[in-house]
Write a protein that binds this ligand. Sequence first.
Ligand SMILES: *Cc1c(COP(=O)(O)O)cnc(C)c1O
Length: 413
Amino acid sequence: MAIKDIDPIIAELIQKEKQRQETTLELIASENHVSTAVMEAAGSCLTNKYAEGYPAARYYGGCEYYDQIESLAIARAKQIFGCQFANVQPHSGANANLASFMAMMQPGDRYISLALSSGGHLSHGMKLNTSAIFWQPDHYELDSKTETIDFDSVRRKALELKPKMILCGYSAYPRTIDFKRFREIADEVGALLFADIAHIAGLVAGGAHPSPFPHAHVVSTTTHKTLRGPRGGLIMTNDEALAKAINRSVFPGSQGGPLMHIIAAKAVAFGEALRPEFKTYAQQIVRNAAALAKALAGKGYRLQSGGTDNHLMLVDLRARNADFTGADAEKALEKAGIICNKNAILNDPRPPKLTSGIRLGTPAVTSRGLKEHDLEVVAEFIDRAMSAKDDDSALKTIRAEVAKFCQKFPMPH
Ligand SMILES: *Cc1c(COP(=O)(O)O)cnc(C)c1O
C-alpha cells in the first residue's frame, strides 16, 4: 500500500517538503539533491535484511546479493579515490570519524585539529563529542591575517604535543587544503595524517580539488555532501594494517548491521561519480561558488580569506552593514526562499547563536543546473532580502520571485 493510503499525515509532510525543496534555493554547503536512482536504491527492499560482517564473511544467511552490492560499492569507491581499501558501512560522517579514531589511536591519545569555531567539525574534538570524551584534542589555528591554515601553528603544536594523529579537512573552510604540507609535518613528529574530506569529496572525485592520497594515512568522508549520494560515511586507506583496524572498528567496534539499502545507494552514487559528467559537475560547483563570491563582494560583503577555491564561502555581513547578524540573515533569507546557515567569522565578537556571518555553498544549486550568471541573480536576491530583513511583506515578494526563478531549474532525475 502507498504511504498516502496507510499514513496520509506523513505522506502529506513528505509532499510538502518536496515542494519546499523545489521552490527554494538550497545554499547550505553540506547539502545536495540526489538523483532519483539514488533515492530508488535507498527506498528499496534492501532495508529488510541483516548483513552483519563483510562480503563473504557474514553472520547471517541470505546475503548473496548483499555481498555483490557491497563489493561493487567498495570497488567503485576505490576507483574514484584511487586507493587500496574502502569501508562503505559507516552510517554517517561522524560514525566514520569515530571508527577512524578507534583504528588510529588508543583511548586517551592526543591529536590536533582545527576547532569547531574556526571551521572544524564537532567530531574533531568538540567537548561534548566522543572525539573529546575518549581522546585528547588540541587545536591548531587559522592565521588571523590571511584567515587560512596557519602551518606554523600546526607545526608548533605538533612539535610541542607529539600527537598520535593530525586531522585536516573541515566543515567551513573555503580554501584548498595542502595535504602534502600536512604530511610533511606529520612525518616530522611521527604522527598519522587523517583527512576528513566530508565536504570536498565530490570535488576530489571530479578533479576539482587535489586528492588527499597519497598523503593521508586514513581518509574519511560523508557520501551525501558534494559526493551527491545517500546520507552516510566512508573510510579509505592504502595501508593494509590500518584497513584491518578500520574494518574491526566499524564492525563490531562501533556499529551492528550495515544499512544495505544505503550501501546500494552509495554504489549507485559512486557509479554516477565515475561518469565524465561528474567532472563537469564538480568544476561547475567551483565556478558557481566563485561567481557568487564575486557578485557578493561587488555588493560590499566581505569574504573570509578573501574568496573561495571550493564549493563554499563564509560571508562577513558586517562589511555590508555593521548591524547585520548571521542569525538575522538566516531568518530573513529563509523567508525569502533562500536556505543557508549562520556561521561564525574568525574572531567573531558575537556569540555562536548570533554570529556575524553566513556560510553559502553551491553543490545543490549546481545539481539543479544553475550556472555562473544565475548565481549573480542569486546574489541580487540575497542582497535585496538582507536590505529588507525586517520587512515581511518585501521578503514575501522576494520569495515569490525566487519560487518563479526555481521553476527554470527542475530537480535532477
Ligand atoms: C558533515 C561533516 C561530518 C559529519 O557528517 P554526519 O554525516 O553529519 O555525521 C564530519 N566531518 C566533517 C568535516 C563534516 O563537514
